[in-house]
Ligand binder design. Sequence first.
Ligand code: PEP
Ligand code: MG
Length: 903
Amino acid sequence: MAEQVKRVYRFGKDSQGDNVTEGAASMKGVLGGKGANLAEMANIGLPVPPGFTITCQTCMEYANADNAWPEGALDEIRAYRIDLEERMGKKIGDAADPLLVSVRSGAPMSMPGMMDTVLNLGLNDRSIQGLIAQTDNPRFAWDSYRRFIQMFSNVVIGLDGDLFENAIIAMKQRRGAVSDTDLTAEDLSELVSEFKAIFAQNTSAADYPSLVADGEVRFPQDPTVQLQLAIEAVFGSWNNPRATLYRQKNKIADDLGTAVNVQCMVFGNKGNTSATGVAFTRNPADGTKEFYGDYLVNAQGEDVVAGIRNTSPISELKHVEGLQKAGQELEDVFVLLENHFRDMMDIEFTIEQGKLWMLQTRAGKRTAASALKVAIDMQREGLITKEEAVCRVEPSQLDQLLHPQFDKNARYDVLARGLNASPGAAVGKVVFSAADAVEAAERGEKTVLVRWETTPDDLAGMIAAEGILTSHGGKTSHAAVIARGMGAPCVCGAEALRIDAEKKQAVVAGTDVVLREGDVISLDGTTGIVVLGAVDLVQPELTGDLDTILEWADEFRTLGVRANADNPEDARLSREFGAEGIGLDRTEHMFLGERKQIIQSFILDEDEEIREKAIADLYAAQTGDFYGMFKAMDGLPVIVRLLDPPLHEFLESPRALDVEIARLEASGADARVIAEKRGLLAKIDSFVEANPMLGLRGCRLGIVYPILPVMQVRAIATAAARLKKEGFDPRPEIMIPLVSTVNELAKLREVAQKTIAEVSEAEGVELDLEIGTMIELPRAAVTADEIATQADFFSFGTNDLTQTTFGFSRDDVEGEFIPQYLTEKLLPYNPFATIDPGVAKLVKMGVDLGRQGNPDLKVGVCGEHGGDPDSIHTFHKIGLDYVSCSPYRVPVARLAAAQAALK
Ligand code: PEP
Ligand code: MG
């Protein structure tokens, strides 16, 4: 007989007060992050409301079987429910003393706010009486029941939340009530009846046969039905669009599933000795060692996150009448949790009539600045090792520190102020809905998403916008938490904004400004400032903490890190960021501006003298370019790649010229001018290729036009010779692109060597320049042993190698069909951003064969993947010598390389 799969694990105490928890923190893959940490908190003696967790694997089995329960699962859940009832001495749905439970999602990776929750489950027309009797608080009981119906209808059945909100508003109007808290027990009981009617009218009998009684849909009274439907809804929420999008953006696998935690309810809304809150053990924005967060007295958890009422800072909690003891206990718990988990933790808690309950803990999401400071402080406090500190900072998060900030010299008037929820500055056009932000981004426009408060449904818009501005909610509101996680600038709780999303405008109280859709604003998420108009932005300076972590990273990494740069300024910047050389200088980037004209006359002119002059001019200009580059990188290698793109890239667009000719003809322009233009068009047309990226480019250019490599190598060698004579230590290396056979490389190597020897002799300086090649074509990778006999180094051009391995045009497919491939999971991620395993195989083959052909061969990578943390792990495993990436990614690559070595 097959071994019985365990699908349910309990946590918390039994009726004797003994811990009967079955799980632990190490079981996140089974119990989800929330379930595993609830178990861990119970195991270390913290007050956790008892409950049980249904495993993530059950969710996936249910989903994979088209929403059918695996055999035996419901029986196991029933047994654990009975066990929970016994532990609590109460029954769900009991008419005298009912047990109420929450049903919450909890995936292995934190996905805040993406999936569903149902609270107060177990209330029905009978158990409400028990709750009234037990609490002696009819208002609280009816409020709990109406919240349950509202949540159940919305989350489980998918009814529009407005149906219920409108009923509440209508009731408040009838009663002349200002806020929800002005409604009496009788009002709420009437609302419960209305809610049940709304439920019955709007729920399909065909979809929910278990809800049909006497031929009509009814709000479920049977707790077993309530519980099963709620669990099914939480399972289903794993595949809702926002959760799916979040996983795609955060590279979380789709087959992990979510666990479901069924847990006894505790109430923060039982009067003024009750409260609820969310907190961090340190400041998640800047890492300061302080208790950070918000709480609300007499409220339920979702009230804090929803930003409906203004919260108070957690540091005040222990001074509030009736909450002192729980407040102090909470601070002790913070310390205990940090010492146990050895990390900055994020906590959800509830105080029910003076008693503290822990509802959740997890490693807190934090900004890059906070991650650095917390890692360094914890290492210095002896809580974690240096290796752990280096692994605690997410490399891609460092981008945040490189976010623009307001220029200190910029002058501006502050339009409004809010909370500095997520650092960095943004400038963009105001949009009032997530959909508008997405549309604008598709048009290439930068926006700032302005919302009352964001909800999980706004995720796509938050990703599309440059920055996020809300008028409500605290630093732990949805907008703040998500923006920090994404590294997007965010100002929240800017209360002066009176937003009318329907009219697409916002009045700014205290001013005569009305913001309309399309108006440009600037916001600074580091200071919480909002400005009308565009403020100049600058790149920030790197903090000391970043330097410290990167120095520590350098102690552990074995991969070298170089930069892709093609001007002295970028070279210097990359050197400041710690680059150990230039891995790719794309020389075509030096042919912009007036240089473009020179190369055009080389390409198009038939007069030999003019062509020679063009080459001489290019030589002079290039010698100056290389002189600057090698000087900026004195003592470090600089790989100069010979000209790579198809020549027509330097020419005017034939289409534009065609249009110009048509216009000239229509306006009756001089026939000679028109004839000249026609001649030019014919020449340009002769360079047009059907498949230019597979055409006359790379080393093929040098073979067809040998004067080009000779000119470039002469310029490189001359610049090096001059610097040597001035006492510098230039280290240029010459790289030949897009080689597919060893013969191409051998031929161009010979040309280069001859040219170097000539310059060496002419300048009277010894020059020993290395010559290598790019591996960008599958044929080069699979014959790398032959190619290596002619190369001192290889640099894998993984942009072209991806293009040529897949047969994907790198200029087109990302805008054309890769998004669909990702949605349909034909590809797990974009192979132009993160190295594809198939392309990586070719890289490995190229490295291994290359080293066979030349044991002294140096190997690196210089495609975009060289700055991508996930790809860096792959390159480390393959055993490359270095990665090369854009200057701003150099810090990211240093950290990722260290983590690759440590993990
Ligand atoms: C590459 O192909 O990976 C590369 C670095 O060269 P380029 O992007 O200039 O084609
Ligand atoms: Mg290339």
